[in-house]
Design a protein around this ligand. Sequence first.
Ligand code: M6R
Length: 615
Amino acid sequence: MCGIVGYVGSQSALEVVLAGLRRLEYRGYDSAGVAVLADGQIASARKSGKLVNLEKALVDGPLPAGATGIGHTRWATHGGPTDANAHPHLDNAGRVAVVHNGIIENFAELRAELAGRGHVLTSETDTETVAHLLAEEFSGCADLAEAMRLVCRRLQGAFTLVAVHADAPDVVVGARRNSPLVVGVGEGEAFLASDVAAFIAHTRSAIELGQDQVVEVRRDEVVVTGFDGRPAEVRHFRVDWDAAAAEKGGYASFMHKEIAEQPRAVADTLLGRIGADGALILDELRIPAAELREVDKVVVVACGTAFHAGLIAKYAIEHWTRLPCEVELASEFRYRDPILDARSLVIAISQSGETMDTLMALRHAREQGSRVLAICNTNGSTIPRESDAVLYTHAGPEVAVASTKAFLTQLVACYLVALYLGQARGTKWGDEVLGVVRDLADIAGAVERVLGDMEPVRELARSLAGAGTVLFLGRHVGYPVALEGALKLKELAYMHAEGFAAGELKHGPIALVEEGLPVVVVVPSPRGRCVLHDKIVSNIQEIRARGARTIVIAEEGDDAVLPYADHVVRVPVTPTLLQPLVTTVPLQVFACELAVARGNEVDQPRNLAKSVTVE
Ligand code: M6R
């Protein structure tokens, strides 16, 4: 939920840290702060609001130059987004500075204990307790990594911590439990960050940290231990995208850029998936083929947009494998005591790989003996690390809070997993699999064509800037697309928007329809199950008869919708199950344009953060 950067090297720590924070601002943007080690002292600055406020404050009150520093961009949990609650937090003597992502659950108890020993805590945060505890432990051992290990053993909850101490000038120490932290290894410099995007301009060489580990970085040395002090195995990886991928590249926003990148992202996710023997290839597979053949149920767990990808996956999985498939909101999953065993395959979908609800759901599934397959966009993140198999989506970095290209690539990955299961279980022949893979390969071009004709959608969006409510209807795989369209509009345009299964409308929601209400209808292909198409055409007539302004997304050549559509948005002809890959795109553009028309910040919508690392 928060972005963290640490640096030690020979460059200006302040500049490196601020540049890193700019890249991580998508993770949280209600306050920001930095601390630099200079002349045996810690100099720090913190400011509520976006990073730009901190940058202005640093122009008015510059910090001394130093080559070791840390920084933070916050999404508030404990304590409001004020200057006083912004990170870094310092101890009373100002010798230690700490930044934190996560929640320390026993902070009230620690706070009371510290107050009892005479510490004065000046913020409402849980983080400040760590600064004071670290100062105490450091005074006993004069070793910042050891002090961090001692403190971490006392903490409950989820946390990434990064700290510096004025008496340890060339070292930055980090720790992680259930919250992300990666190490960047440069030439004579090292970085700690919540996400590789923070240091990709300096190095592509990175180290994953495991659970309950402490890392100590110096210019030429990285030492990783467990919280117990034992040396830990270090896993290096190379980041396969470059700094340009994390820049806006001339687009008005990251979201505009990421929408435009979808054809490439879809194509990249398909690359190298078919082996010489015609079999599908996943990235990491630690599940024996015999076990896959024994699977008797699939359960998809995910949140938000990834959950919508799961809802679509259900149609493909059940159709292609004949296995029952449940799709569950990760935040609800473990609390309803789901029926799982060794024959259940759980698929966890997550762009960030750090969503706490999804992580907890997958852990619960593994405790029940189920195997977990992750679909993820972030190499080295926690969800794939803790899964038995992984299929990475190759969307590249998704910076805008609203998910777009990650969604389309999650869909591609879901189709591939469904085919893989079908192939392993013998419900799909090799030639059938290749047929679908060929259809998927055509999708990048289809998405490109949709994107090439979006001006009427933008114009329509602008004309609706004053609307209060927009409804979205769909059937079959179009129903989750309707949910996704509504979610995009809510989070970006801050409008009331709801998605419904079109057939469900007459059971209540049709009462919402009144004169002029915009209703977006995702129409299934007339070449698929005709009955679905005919029924949705009837649904369009029903709402139009009650005054709705109908915006119809229909495939090229589907003229049956014309008499009842106030606006038609055309999408290329695709196989029925793959249609969400093209019908979602106009809804993304629609929401993005409406948000711009309403003067909203597209990349960083209010109250949200890209990666939700708290439950
Ligand atoms: O990183 P994840 O895919 O696990 O994130 C899940 C949701 O938080 C995410 O999809 C969220 O709903 C997006 N902001 C929607 O655009």
